[in-house]
Design a binder for this molecule. Sequence first.
Ligand SMILES: [Zn+2]
Length: 704
Amino acid sequence: MNKKLLLLISVCLVLFAFSIQSEEKAKETNPFFSEFDTPFGVPPFDKIKEEHYLPAFREAMTQQNWKIEAIVNNPEQPTFKNTIEALENSQTLLRTVGNVFDVLNGSMTNEKMQEIAKEVAPLRSKHRDDIRLNERLFRRVKAVYDQKDRLSLTGEQNMLLDKYYKDFVRGGANLSKEDKAELREINQELSVLTERFGENVLKEDNRFEMIIDKKADLAGLPQSVISAAAEAAKERGHDGKWVFTLHKPSMIPFLQYSGKRDLREKIFKAYISRGNHNDELDNKDILSRMVILRVKRASLLGYKSHADYVLENNMAKEPENVYDLLNQLWKPALKRAKMEAKELQEMIYKEGHDFKLQPWDWWYYTEKLKKAKYAFDEETLRPYFKLENVIDGSFYVANKLYGIQFIEKTDIPKYHEDVKVFEVKEADGSHIGIFYTDYFPRASKRGGAWMNSFRKQSRRGGKEIHPVITNNGNFSKPTGDKPALLSSEEVLTLFHEFGHALHGLLSDCTYYRISGTSVPRDFVELPSQIMENWAFEPEVLKVYAKHYKTSEVIPQELIDKLKEARHFNQGFATVEYLAASFLDMDWHTLTEAKELDVEKFETESLSRIALIPEIIVRYKSPYFRHIFSGGYSSGYYSYIWAEVLDADAFEVFKDTCLFDQKTAQSFRKNILERGGTEDPMILYKRFRGAEPKVEPLLKKRGLK
Ligand SMILES: [Zn+2]
């Protein structure tokens, strides 16, 4: 043999052996491949490096595939334990890696993390599809499902079985070969159209700019708004001029403050005609096609309409229940909106004009009216809302309600110096879980506020697995010698996310899949929104809302003004939102797959509810991203559905006392501890003794 070739082969062999060795070594050092050796088993943030994720994801998927192979090859008859529970337990490592990665990619991202996210997303979705389309696996799941009445399962086990079975069925597992192929084609086309719809709106958002070159055209605008517009102009190469765009932080202040009525009209009309210019960015044909495909898919899977398909999994269950709620709210909201319109019109006349109020005037005159009615400045509240005090306030409420304690820990690993860690304990000192708070903005964190889990509560083999929960926010940071002072909106947000955290922390379920916050979308905001109610109660404010310099408790008069101002303009806000919810439902309760004139359909939908011309639906169809490129089709109603629940539930506390122990215990036992282990309406009724009513919400929004 050629000497050179021989040399090459041996080099290759050495390299090969070396690579196996280094792979083994990598496995040894990858923290995901052994139990986390940390206090309470929290992720070892100091040891987890970016290069650990991909191998961990791959290994986790391989492990699950092996486990699924074992399930389908099991010679024994399918049982709940050897099929459903085995399937539930097949993804432990995948869940651990996925949770740590997803949480940190949200709050501590960087280019490497984003690259990993891009690489891993298709792997994860393919892995999910492979499981759902595994026919042998489905046959076993179905065998268990078909005999479920004879199995004497617990309620929780029944729910878990139901979830797994429905996953398969809703994915088309019961269909014939031809129908399966058609379904795949529909899904394929839908995913392309969804993507294009969103892209078009994004391009529309960026394509419009309103350039102002005369100072006179800036009349009425606050200095901060003018500076931001000058900055935007500079970025876009219009140095020395001012630019306004269709992005909300640019457009809304313009609509609120600009005294130039023609310019308000210009930017407003540009906003509402996005995706509707009969050009390459037009979304009408796209959404019309999407509606047809959704009708086809629903009927293929045996549902009357797309809404029936979606709502089956929600608390609302059927389109009729959603319409019923929307109709109950619509009348009082529209009545209030008409009164608001009248007030604004009077203001226009008083100013000496004689034009009729138009949608592009609404923000402008509302702002003026607000100033005239409630002469108070949000900023006067901040000194009373020092972040640390607000956190203490939220802990105080949880303690008074459920007896639980939050003890700050400094010996538990964390991923950033801004993060604080708390051990959560029962009144008797027993361990509940770990709670991370991460409240300041930074470049590596996404916007907004959210709750997440590093580890969800569950039980395995009789062993309790305690939750590790996080709250994230982007709140006002300390500046100079001032501590972090929150706005009233930020206070509510903190209480809101803390409510989600309690839902995760107090969970008392067996199976991960249906524990904690794994509940339907129209139910998940109940535990969070209800917490907001305590934030501004005088009894609670007395405890935490103290001036950061003088420790003086916030004056009652300021609180009253704040509460009054919250009712302001609620007719408009509710009507604008409800109209979009009706439109969403109208599109998705169609039962015939036929081409429709989008504009005509929308006009008819909105005239059925008699929307007044001074208010435009919050999203017109060609830019209604929630339902045509987000996950909210037939689901836009869920925001207000959950608000009905939280207002109705809080009423029980108001009727007894703010910290009534019997009510608190019932809320904990029936809602917070139960996760998704039972039908949400049954859980709710067990707490409330009746189905939710809309009156408390109407009162809360000042509509009654
Ligand atoms: Zn929420």
